[in-house]
Design a protein around this ligand. Structure first.
Ligand code: IVH
Length: 668
């Protein structure tokens, strides 16, 4: 048996070596037939000696029954996204910013990579063996797609070589080549099956298919572009060297990665890739520029969702021609009126496009748009369609010049031109139904007052029928008013009233966010609630004290001051607090001692009685700052079930106190 075992080990090693030659180095040393024969031999032996089957065997890619659902996975470190830039000027500001942050006037090394247009995945290797794979999800929590990822032949089930960390989370992009995409659609057409719109959608759909045998048939590919956390061995000190190291361990890395040390080199890399993109054989939507040194990356740091040391320099997309049928004017939450182009519907990359936003009125002038014009559009960053040109020689005689609105298109109030007419704003505030509707939608939303069930269609009716004129009116709604609306029965009405009442108990942070103060998002709201003992002290603060708060500069500070100087806003807040009885859970008196006040707390794993968001909100309400990562600044780690080993080990190493769920509950 021992002999058989060592023969099997040898056979597996050989197969892995050939997979590496084929998938990573793109230089197979044996024919496909020889490979298949070797694989068949391994299969036969494993069938005969099932006890010798290991999870990392090349035969074990597809296995198991279809799943019912995907489990949730907490990423050890969040999977961030990238800021996009679209032109040379944007790139130069990025370069300038990075140098400024580093106080460096010299040349800096950057690692330039392809921005593959696929699906981001995280691959967790423990002692070199792939133990878990996950989608990005919301960046913090993804879905466990291990069984599907195992079917992708580009992805090694076991890493080989030197210096492999005990635990490392590899990140990269799963995608489909043009060749495989074409083959798939041809096959599907032959079998009267579904025709897929683009390779990215197939990759995304295949990874989220509950049946791994379907994923296995899709021939997906993979490129690795980085790592999340790593424990147990030192990694090289630069992005480029890390990628080279990963390639040596058997992970596919694009051979187009390049180190550049000045702007000229980066711009010529961009132009070269852009020109030759069609010959790559798979879709890319730009390049990614990353500061090469990992130490400098750390120094430069992150903003909420993206690193400041990297950007995606996107290619502008393919252009299409359609007809401009009309221009409608939309009123946003803060009264800004935006022109929206109504287009003759056109299908671009499988998506029907019938609207395009024109960011402001200057754009109408700049483009010289007329209704009836033939226009050139593209989908910027592959998402928002934009008009980029007018085909003047196709302009019909009866085309109409676009008239700017003289009054608000929704409430008829006067409008105010700002910035020489570039921005137009309705002056009537929340008297304007459009602004009121959007304010209400924001107020009731999940991360604000979290009034479940109160959707946009109900809000439209409540405003149109004048049952609700301010956010405070929501709390005065009665069952009979709700049942008089379309499609609302008694039971739904009761549930709505219950969720409205439930929202009366709310943290100060969420309430501030719900107020919808310009540019005050969730993070700023939390910071404000930590820094002010209660709503009154925030309402009576001054610009200078506001500016001392993280993320609050002159502009946001003045928006906050203006908001609380407006009598209309103050009346509504007073009504909500004093008459309706909204109870703001503020952070306890700072003099009172509680274990969490001013502490930086990290979480790992799941708790049985509270969700991650609930526990986060609770800790914030005690004055804590909650983070995902462990650093020297962390004071406490809360460890639930299935937590990250890396986090626990790191916390131990840094001497950080670790408590479990029972202990936490006692303290709370
Ligand atoms: S780096 C913190 N590098 O682009 C850095 N991302 O818009 C995060 N992507 O979610 C990502 N190619 O799915 C990076 N060479 C590359 C990439 C790349 C494609 C995707 C990735 C990410 C998205 C961000």
């Amino acid at each position: 048996m021992k002999e058989k075992q060592s023969y099997l080990t040898q056979l597996k090693q050989q197969l892995r070596y050939h997979e590496y030659q084929y998938h990573v180095l793109d230089t197979p040393v044996i024919s496909d037939l020889e490979y298949d024969l070797m694989m068949q031999e391994l299969k036969n032996l494993e069938e005969k000696y099932p006890a010798l089957i290991t999870n990392d065997s090349p035969t074990q890619r597809v296995g198991g029954l279809p799943l019912k659902i995907f489990d949730q996975v907490y990423h050890d470190t969040p999977m961030l996204s990238l800021d996009n830039i679209f032109d040379k000027a944007n790139y130069l500001s990025f370069d300038k910013r990075v140098h400024k942050i580093l106080k460096n006037n010299e040349t800096l090394m950057f690692c330039c990579e392809l921005k593959v247009d696929g699906v981001a995945v995280s691959l967790l290797y423990e002692n070199g063996v792939l133990i878990r794979a996950a989608t990005r999800g919301d960046g913090k929590i993804g879905e466990n797609i291990t069984t599907n990822i195992r079917t992708i032949r580009d992805i090694p089930l076991r890493l080989f070589g030197d210096n492999i960390p005990e635990r490392i989370e590899i990140r990269g992009e799963v995608f489909m080549t043009h060749k495989n995409f074409k083959k798939l659609n041809e096959n599907s057409k032959r079998n009267n099956g579904k025709i897929f719109s683009n390779p990215r959608n197939v990759a995304a759909g295949s990874l989220r298919n509950l049946d791994p045998s379907i994923t296995a048939k899709r021939s997906l590919s993979f490129f690795c572009y980085g790592f999340g956390s790593s424990y147990g061995k030192n990694l090289p000190d630069s992005q480029y060297k890390c990628l080279i190291q990963f390639k040596k361990w058997g992970l596919p890395v694009s051979d187009k990665i390049k180190r550049c040390q000045n702007r000229e080199q980066i711009l010529s890399y961009y132009n070269e890739i852009k020109e030759n993109r069609l010959s790559l054989g798979f879709d890319i939507d730009g390049i990614v520029i990353k500061v090469d040194s990992l130490l400098l990356q750390k120094k430069i740091g992150f903003i909420t969702r993206a690193p400041r040391w990297a950007v995606a320099f996107k290619f502008t997309n393919q252009e299409h021609i359609t007809l401009l049928k009309d221009i409608k004017f939309q009123v946003g939450r803060t009264g800004i009126i935006t022109p929206v182009a109504k287009l003759e519907p056109i299908i671009i990359e499988g998506v029907t496009i019938s609207n395009a936003t024109l960011h402001n009125f200057d754009e109408i002038r700049r483009l010289g748009l007329h209704i009836g014009d033939t226009v050139v559009i593209h989908r910027a960053g592959n998402v928002i369609p934009q008009i980029i040109n007018v085909v003047i020689n196709k302009r019909p005689i009866n085309s109409l010049k676009i008239q700017l609105p003289r009054y608000c298109p929704v409430c008829g109030s006067n409008i105010k031109c700002i910035d020489n007419g570039v921005v137009i704003r309705c002056t009537s505030g929340l008297i304007c139904a459009a602004q009121l509707k959007r304010t209400l939608m924001h107020f009731v939303s999940k991360r604000a007052m979290n009034i479940e069930g109160l959707g946009n269609k109900i809000i439209d009716q409540l405003v149109d029928k004048k049952y609700v004129m301010t956010v405070a009116d929501l709390y005065l709604l009665k069952v009979d008013i709700l049942t008089s609306l379309n499609r609302i029965g008694y039971k739904l009405a009761r549930n709505l009233i219950n969720s409205i009442n439930k929202s009366k108990e709310i943290t100060l942070a969420k309430f501030i966010y719900a107020l919808g103060i310009r540019e005050v998002g969730e993070t700023t709201s939390i910071n404000l609630s930590i820094n002010y003992a209660n709503l009154n002290s925030l309402m009576n603060t001054d610009i200078e004290s506001l500016k001392e708060i993280q993320h609050v500069g002159e502009k946001i500070a003045s928006y906050i001051i203006n908001f609380f100087n407006d009598k209309y806003n103050i009346d509504i807040i007073n009504k909500l607090i004093n008459e309706i009885g909204i109870n703001l859970q503020t952070i306890p008196d700072k003099k009172k001692d509680n274990k969490f006040i001013n502490k930086t707390i990290a979480l790992t794993g799941r708790l049985s009685c509270l969700t991650r968001n609930e526990i986060k909100d609770k800790l914030i309400s005690f004055g804590a700052k909650v983070t995902n990562n462990i650093s020297k600044k962390t004071n406490l780690l809360i460890s639930g079930n299935f937590g990250s080993k890396t986090k626990l080990l790191k916390a131990k190493k840094l001497g950080i106190e670790i408590i479990n769920e029972d202990h936490l509950m006692k303290l709370l």
